[in-house]
Design a binder for this molecule. Structure first.
Ligand code: ZN
Ligand code: CU
Length: 487
């Protein structure tokens, strides 16, 4: 009786299925890597049972904005994400992807160094092969980074690409898409990508629309010129025929507080004409490379790592400069290369974006930072516990939807993101009363509370507050996802 015998039944739990629908009481049956029954399964048999009494059973979360490219290989238990209930990550954001690039120099130019080193995958297919060969605990989809393409194709980065360089980048991007990348990302804010004119990006992005691939972007300017930068992203989307994903939507700098009112209204308007979506992390501080250009807008800066002064990781730039007897700019120079956390957002803007119904929750965590922004370990439990339960900003069903069903739909991650018969058994069991982030700006690598067990493709990867050691994650390829969607 294949219908009533399962490998595993998660019983007595309350199901939030990821679609945004109200919770129901239901058991979930799993056989192999798929969900094969939902409902009252008390008469069914199973080799294994999990009692989820008092807990929520939800789809494993999907973190669509990550810099996990290298960590998937070097930290394959992915504890910082599995501990939050995450089952799938999308890597390669902000223009920064580990492939395709074979970098033999001392260290890659910033911001590529946010992934550490390890740029040894000349083709995207090589990175997919490495993930197949040594799978991580979580599933991963990959974006191809525009900045990575530039570093591979250009000998002088501080200018727009020539026709020949664009042709070379198009060849690499086409190969990456053929290998299974789901889109291209840009980080037009950062040097050296900020030297790229809109037209350079469009000539690459043209490959995306016909492939059904995405265009994700860290905007050229998230402060004073937020509106123009949004218009540029929409233009690239229209010219390419690709869906536009606005990364970590925000408004930075005190003089720009409140601008998300207009930006969300603009996005709403544009959404009636073209495909646009966005992600957001639940903090009013950002994190990236340490740069003088961000000092003016920040009320506080914490150094997350420094190659020149490893000992200062975790300390305020103010204190470091005082101790060095210099001003902030000189201190920034002395610490290079380095990373930082910047307090330059208004909590009201953060909450406005989190409440926006089309906003996906995503971490933008930086797994190689010595003293990382707490979003790396805290994003998803913080939205569930702090913003949904404690502040009542959005319902728990809605919060789960923004972390599962919505990102699966927007990123085309077929058969994932909801608890449905036939879907992959990516599942998180959590306690709605106790779930909370414990990572903060003083203790940034504390695992969250209330995440009981996390399954990826039917196998537990996080249990009793620790990784299980299982590595059932799969590298998700665009063609296979699209084929499954058309089934
Ligand atoms: Zn970014
Ligand atoms: Cu990012």
């Amino acid at each position: 009786m294949p219908d009533t015998a399962h490998d595993l039944i998660i019983h007595n739990g309350v199901l939030i299925d990821g679609t945004g629908a109200d919770r129901i009481t239901a058991d979930v049956g799993i056989t192999g890597d798929r969900i094969d029954a939902i409902g009252d399964l008390s008469s069914h048999t199973a080799s294994d049972r999990i009692d989820a009494a008092g807990n929520i059973v939800a789809p494993g979360f999907i973190d669509v904005h990550t810099h996990d490219d290298h960590a998937l290989l070097s930290k394959p238990d992915m504890a910082y994400k599995a501990s939050q209930g995450v089952a799938t990550v999308v890597a390669g954001n902000c223009g920064i992807s580990l492939a395709p690039l074979s970098f033999t120099g001392d260290r890659p130019p910033p911001p590529l160094d946010l992934l550490g080193d390890g740029y040894r995958f000349p083709k995207m297919a090589d990175l997919f092969a490495a993930l197949d060969e040594t799978p991580p605990a979580l599933n991963a989809a990959l974006l191809c980074g525009h900045t990575t393409l530039r570093v591979g194709a250009m000998d002088e980065l501080g200018r727009g690409a020539t026709d020949d360089e664009i042709a070379a980048m198009r060849t690499e991007l086409a190969e990456a898409l053929d290998a299974g990348a789901i889109g291209m990302s840009t980080g037009l804010f950062y040097p050296p990508a900020n030297a790229a004119p809109t037209d350079e990006v469009i000539r690459l992005a043209e490959l995306l629309g016909p492939a059904g691939a995405l265009y994700t972007t860290h905007l050229r300017d998230e402060g004073e010129h937020l509106q123009e930068s949004l218009e540029e992203a929409f233009e690239i989307g229209r010219a390419s025929g690709a869906k536009v994903v606005l990364s970590h939507h925000k408004s930075a700098g005190a003089s720009n507080f409140g601008k998300t009112k207009e930006s969300l209204a603009l996005i709403d308007r544009v959404r009636t004409e073209q495909d646009v979506t966005l992600d957001v992390y639940p903090y009013h501080a950002s994190s990236t490379v340490l740069s003088k250009s961000r000092l003016g807008e920040s009320r506080r800066v914490i150094v997350t790592w420094s190659e020149a002064r490893p000992d200062v990781a975790g300390r305020d730039l103010d204190d470091i400069a005082a101790e060095m007897g210099c001003d902030l700019e000189e201190a920034v120079d002395a610490l290079q290369p380095a990373g930082a956390i910047y307090f330059a957002m208004d909590e009201e803007d953060v909450q406005r974006v989190l409440k926006y119904p089309h906003a996906m929750v995503a971490s933008d965590g930086l797994p190689h930072d010595v003293f990382p922004h707490p979003r790396l370990w805290g994003t998803f439990p913080r939205v569930l516990g702090h913003y949904s339960r404690d502040l009542g900003l959005i319902t728990l069903e809605d919060a789960v939807h923004r972390m599962s069903g919505l990102p699966a739909a927007e990123f085309g991650l077929t058969d994932r993101g909801s608890i449905a018969v036939g879907n992959y058994a990516d599942i998180v069991v959590f306690n709605a009363e106790t779930v909370i982030d414990r990572a903060d700006f003083n203790h940034p690598t504390e695992a969250a509370a209330g995440i009981e067990i996390v399954f990826v493709n039917g196998k537990p990867v996080w249990r009793d507050g620790a990784p299980t050691g299982a590595r059932p994650g799969k590298a998700l390829r665009r063609q296979a996802l699209q084929a499954a969607a058309g089934r």
